[in-house]
Design a protein around this ligand. Structure first.
Ligand SMILES: CN1c2c(nc(N)[nH]c2=O)NC[C@@H]1CNc1ccc(C(=O)N[C@@H](CCC(=O)N[C@@H](CCC(=O)N[C@@H](CCC(=O)O)C(=O)O)C(=O)O)C(=O)O)cc1
Ligand SMILES: N[C@@H](CCS)C(=O)O
Ligand SMILES: [Zn+2]
Length: 799
């Protein structure tokens, strides 16, 4: 058992000689080393695995997770970081705040099946027995590529504690001989990650629920104290955003209240993904017992500033000196230096990754296809645990005790610095030669609109999709066979061509106006490009949870980026030859390619963005030369990289917008450039969206019922928009009526000649049956809306 026998009110003067720094963490990957949880969840939803079977797999995955922590030598571990789908949804369950529509249909929370049913209804809009409802909205978790569900709250919400799942995790950790530290989303972050329910009065915000929430947190803390938990970690990462005065007031009220409780574990309040800044003082003043801080990439000066914080002495400081969401090995000498500075403050310093390890893959030692040099530079979750354990030992026992590990770390650093893989002079020269003219299309937007209308001759409210069609088991099996060498190149290409033929025929039959080839050849919209660009590596086992059971394998930017040859042209050309309708060329934008890759840490992201943009610019030119008239450059990652604090935003948006414009600026005026975004609130980047100068943008809008159009209107956005009318994150297919209702709502906010009809996002996660029904509904809904328009306009067809 770890010894932290102090509270915020004692021993606050001077160093604590009895303190033994320990290694700990806020979260570990959840899906299992081989994505066992993902497979079990999907089998459960498909009716192939019952509730008991799913819970068995959960037990096995928990054994693996705690086993890995114990093997690394970590003794105080998180409990509550594991989740079947999402930890924000788990917090809603913990606080008794699932919407009534998910608790109503006779699902008994006293049984495992009923509990799971309610949970999956909220997460997916469907349970394993086929009950259906509207799923909760989903959005980005801070500036990561993880997505959380958005709890819905209102003035009538009645929170009530339900700690069963959390206690099960606490007990599971104990069964492994580990000391559990429950990790729970804190009240302020929970409220700020929630939204007002549709039936809440106008102007009501979730903040108003704090007074009702605090007694429930108090009850939960008492339950955890009774369970023997010495510490609890409240994740208050929203405080790193420094958002507004209201946030500070909320945090002060909440944490002074919780710290004032007499029956509770010690309170460790965490701020991940950025520095806590002023919020650190606020929390210490409120009386919390410790802080868990994100020090990824911190300079020595920043560390000294933190060490000088009044009130830190005597409190626990969990120092996140190992980057929890990057993949580079830590310079251990530097980290130890930072830890020693912090320890001199008199704080009781422990060592941890800067955030949950949820964002990195499990184990780099399995990557035997990677160049051994590159592999030696990388650290995934298990290697990061080793790093924090070494650092804690070094801090406790002195540098000599970890001399060998420091030596290895120094050698890794030297090998990376000396490597020729990181710099390509020709790429640097081309990047330096970019001029402002390269960022401008050859004609202004309104002239382009007229030219494109004449060239494309599309009907009003044109229909299209976002690019991907179902990645069926057959497609994935063919790709797996190709990778394993069981299917040769010709066989694989023939299989993908067959799929493109099928998808084009399906769209023609449904009556879609602008077609796509379906992206069957892409395992992932970022990785596909990274595999074809120099400067990236793509780990084979590097799975990371994106949302629910869905995972991605982010590439790693290792050095300068260059396009050795065309990446997509062959497939777009093939599809275009099958039809007279325009086929969109589909590219992933430079910002998104970087947002969904692990960045290099030796150069700014803006440098890589420019290099990727130049590669894409060449691809656009090649697509045009092959006869492509519409090119879509997806940028769903644009909002994600927006710095959490307002101070860094202008600089980021400037380079991000420039990268998109550099990628697309060479396109002819007659080429219609689309972009697409999903998974986030776009309010903060509306001006940047405008500055992209795309001709058409498609945006996720179905779950939020077209709210995004109000934001676009406020910005004065005057180009064409396709607000999603089909929520593709849910297995529930819209009807034609629902599509035309969405369009009617959209037409209240947008003129008809600027409205496109499309789903929220790509169809890759849906089944062929859902897609067939959804496309029919989409086209029928658009036809209905066109008729209504024709009637409204006295029979004249809108432009
Ligand atoms: C659009 N989104 C994306 C994000 N980030 C990305 N990097 N990519 C994205 O597309 N961020 C925001 C959103 C998040 N949304 C999603 C949506 C869908 C997925 C998803 O479907 N993920 C798949 C994995 C996709 C993939 O990489 N497939 C590969 C490998 C498939 C595989 O598992 N192969 C098996 C063997 C095959 C067999 O025998 O059946 C194996 O390796 O074991 C491929 O198709 O080749 C998922 O299943 O989770 C993610 C994010
Ligand atoms: N073109 C991609 C965009 C996803 S954000 C797709 O359709 O899957
Ligand atoms: Zn999308």
């Amino acid at each position: 058992m770890t010894q932290h026998a102090t509270t915020a009110t004692d021993g606050s003067d001077g160093p604590d000689v009895a303190h033994h720094p320990t290694a700990t963490l806020s979260g570990y990957p959840r899906q299992g080393r081989d994505r066992e949880l993902k497979r079990a969840l999907e089998a459960h939803w498909a009716g192939r695995l019952d509730a008991a079977g799913l819970l068995d797999v959960v037990g096995q995955v928990q054994d693996q997770r705690f086993g890995a922590m114990a093997a690394a030598g970590v003794t105080e571990v998180p409990a509550g970081d594991f989740s079947l789908y999402d930890h924000v949804l788990d917090t809603a369950v913990l606080l008794g705040l699932l919407p009534a529509r998910c608790t109503a249909p006779g699902l008994d929370p006293a049984t495992p099946a009923g509990r799971l049913g309610r949970y999956f209804l909220a997460a997916r809009g469907r349970d394993a027995d086929g009950h259906e409802t509207q799923a909760l909205e989903m959005t980005k978790w801070f500036d990561t590529n993880y997505h959380h569900l958005v709890p819905e709250l209102g003035p009538t919400s009645e929170p009530a504690p339900d700690a069963a799942d959390l206690l099960e995790q606490v007990r599971a950790a104990r069964r492994h001989g580990l000391e559990p530290r429950p990790v729970v989303v804190g009240p302020v972050t929970f409220l700020r990650c929630s939204k007002a329910a549709d039936d809440a009065p106008a102007g009501w915000t979730p903040d108003a629920l704090l007074p009702r929430l605090l007694p429930v947190y108090a009850e939960l803390l008492a339950v955890l104290a009774d369970e023997g938990c010495a510490w609890v970690e409240l994740d208050e990462s929203v405080l790193v955003t420094g958002a507004d005065d209201g946030l500070a007031a909320l945090a002060r009220t909440a944490h002074a209240h919780l710290a004032g409780l007499s029956h509770r574990p010690r309170l460790l309040v965490a701020g991940h993904y950025e520095r806590l800044g002023d919020a650190a003082t606020l929390l210490l003043d409120a009386g919390v017992d410790g802080l868990a801080v994100d020090l990824a990439g911190a300079s020595r000066a920043e560390v000294e500033e933190l060490a000088a914080l009044p009130g830190l002495a005597g409190r626990r400081l969990v120092a996140g000196v190992v980057d929890g969401r990057g993949v580079w090995r830590r310079d251990l000498s530097e980290a130890l230096d930072h830890l020693e500075v912090l320890a001199r403050s008199g704080a009781r310093v422990d060592v941890a990754p800067s955030c949950s390890l949820l964002h990195v893959p499990v184990d780099v030692s399995r990557e035997d296809t990677l160049d051994p040099d590159v592999r030696s530079w990388l650290a995934f979750a298990d290697q990061k645990l080793e790093e924090v354990v070494v650092l804690a030992r070094g801090l406790a026992q002195g540098r000599d005790a970890v001399a060998a590990e420091l030596g290895v770390s120094d050698a890794v650093r030297a090998s990376r610095l000396a490597s020729a893989r990181t710099r390509t002079p020709a790429v640097r020269e081309r990047g330096d030669a970019v001029t402002p003219g390269d960022l401008r299309r050859p004609a202004p937007a309104d002239e382009r609109r007229a030219l494109q209308a004449a060239a494309l001759r599309l009907p009003p409210l044109p229909t299209t999709t976002i690019g991907s069609f179902p990645q069926t088991p057959e497609i994935r099996r063919a790709r797996a066979a190709h990778r394993a060498g069981r299917l040769d190149d010709a066989g694989y290409e023939a299989a993908m061509e067959g799929e493109v033929r099928r998808v084009v025929a399906e769209q023609e039959e449904a009556g879609v106006d602008v077609l796509v080839h379906g992206e069957p050849e892409r395992d992932d919209m970022v990785r596909y490009f990274a595999d074809r660009l120099e400067g990236f590596v793509t780990p084979v086992h590097g799975w990371v949870q994106s949302y629910g059971s869905r995972c991605v394998r982010p590439p790693v930017v290792v050095g300068d980026v260059r396009r050795p040859g065309p990446m997509t042209v062959r497939w777009t050309r093939f599809a275009q030859r099958l039809t007279d309708a325009p086929v969109k060329g589909m590219l992933t934008g430079p910002v998104t390619i970087l947002a969904w890759s692990f960045p290099r840490d030796d150069e700014p992201r803006s440098l890589s963005a420019r290099q990727v943009a130049l590669a894409l610019r060449d691809e656009v030119a090649d697509l045009e030369a092959a006869g492509t008239r519409v090119v879509q450059v997806d940028e769903p990652g644009l909002r994600e990289l927006l710095p959490l604090r307002a101070s860094g935003r202008q600089e980021y948006l400037a380079w991000a917008v420039d990268a998109f414009r550099l990628a697309t600026g060479g396109a002819a005026a007659t080429t219609q450039v689309h972009t697409h975004m999903c998974y986030a609130e776009f309010g903060d980047v509306m001006a940047a969206i405008d500055a992209l100068d795309a001709d058409v943008i498609s945006l996720e809008a179905a779950r939020s019922r077209m709210e995004v159009l109000d934001e676009l209107a406020d910005e004065g956005y005057d180009r064409a928009v396709g607000p999603g009318v089909w929520d593709i994150h849910s297995p529930v297919v819209p009807t034609a009526d629902e599509v035309s209702d969405h369009l009617a709502r959209a037409l209240e906010r947008l003129p008809a000649d600027r409205l496109w009809v499309n789903p929220d996002c790509g169809l890759k996660t849906r089944t062929p049956e859902e897609v067939s029904a959804g496309l029919t509904a989409l086209v029928a809904g658009a036809a209905r809306a066109r008729q209504a328009l024709a009637g409204r306009d006295g029979g004249t067809t809108p432009r």
